[in-house]
Design a protein around this ligand. Structure first.
Ligand SMILES: [Zn+2]
Length: 242
C-alpha cells in the first residue's frame, strides 16, 4: 500500500502523465498473455509465426482459420476493473492518455478517450490490395462458415488492422515515442517491457513508474514500482487518490 500511496502522490504532482499498457491489463478480462509460458491457448502455438506477415501471404486461408477463434475471443472480452480505473483517472485529469500494446479495444469500451494503439486493433480489417475497410465481426463469421480467405470485391485478401510481425512500425508508434519523450511521468502497466519497439519508450521518459505482476526490463530505473495485478492495484490507486 505504501507504494500505491507513493504512486498516487506522483500522479498528483505531475501534470502530464502518460500510461503504457500491455497484455497484463487484459489478463483479468480472460485474454491470456501470449508471452507467459503456461497459458493454454498460446503455449500451443507461436504467435510470432501465427500473426506474421509471411504466414498471411504464404497461406491466407490458414492464417484466418487459426486466427479466427483468437480474434473472436478478444473481440468478445469485457473490460475489467483496471480498464475502468484508468478511464476514471483520465476523466479526473490524472492521466493525459494511454499508449496500448493491446488490440482488444477494451480501454475504449471502458470509457478512455485518448488511446494510441501501437499494435493496431481488431475492430476492422483492410483489403491488402485496395485498402478498403470492413468490420471484423462479419469477416470472422465468413471465415467460420468456410468462406475463407475473406476477399474484397477487388479480389484482394483482407488482413486484420493489427501490426503483424514483419510489418513496418505504424504511425501511432512514432506519435507514442514523441509523447513519451516529453511527458512528465510515464506509467507502465502490465507490460514486462520485453517487446520491441515498445520497450524503447520507457527509458526515454523523464520519470518512470511501473505496475506489473512480474519483473520488467526497467525496474531499476523506476521511481515507483508496484507489484500486483492491474485491476487490484489501479482500483486501490483510484481509492487513494479519491
Ligand atoms: Zn480491395
Amino acid at each position: 500500500m505504501d507504494n500505491i500511496k507513493k504512486l498516487a502522490r506522483l500522479l498528483t504532482e505531475n501534470k502530464d502523465t502518460l500510461v503504457l499498457t500491455g497484455a497484463g491489463v487484459s489478463t483479468e478480462s480472460g485474454i491470456p498473455d501470449f508471452r507467459s509460458p503456461d497459458t493454454g491457448l498460446w503455449s500451443q502455438m507461436d504467435p510470432m509465426e501465427l500473426l506474421s506477415r509471411s504466414a498471411l501471404s504464404r497461406n491466407p486461408a490458414e492464417f484466418w482459420r487459426r486466427s479466427e477463434p483468437i480474434f473472436r475471443m478478444m473481440a468478445t472480452a469485457q473490460p475489467n476493473s483496471g480498464h475502468y480505473a484508468l478511464a476514471q483517472l483520465e476523466k479526473k485529469g490524472f492521466i493525459k492518455g494511454i499508449i496500448t500494446q493491446n488490440i482488444d479495444s477494451l480501454h475504449q469500451q471502458a470509457g478512455s478517450n485518448s488511446v494510441l494503439e501501437v499494435h493496431g486493433h481488431l475492430r476492422t480489417a483492410r483489403c491488402s490490395q485496395c485498402g478498403a475497410e470492413r468490420q471484423m465481426s462479419p469477416l470472422l463469421d465468413q471465415v467460420a462458415s468456410g468462406d475463407n480467405p475473406p476477399r474484397c470485391n477487388c479480389g484482394g485478401i483482407f488482413r486484420p488492422n493489427v501490426v503483424l510481425f514483419g510489418d513496418p512500425l505504424p504511425e501511432a508508434f512514432h506519435l507514442a515515442s514523441q509523447r513519451a519523450r516529453v511527458c512528465d511521468l510515464f506509467l507502465v502497466i502490465g507490460s514486462s517491457l520485453e517487446v520491441a519497439p515498445v520497450c524503447w519508450l520507457a527509458p526515454a521518459a523523464s520519470k518512470l513508474a511501473i505496475i506489473n505482476l512480474g519483473e520488467t526490463q526497467c525496474d531499476e530505473i523506476a521511481s515507483v514500482l508496484v507489484r500486483g495485478t492491474a485491476g487490484e492495484v489501479l482500483t486501490d490507486l483510484v481509492e487513494v487518490i479519491g
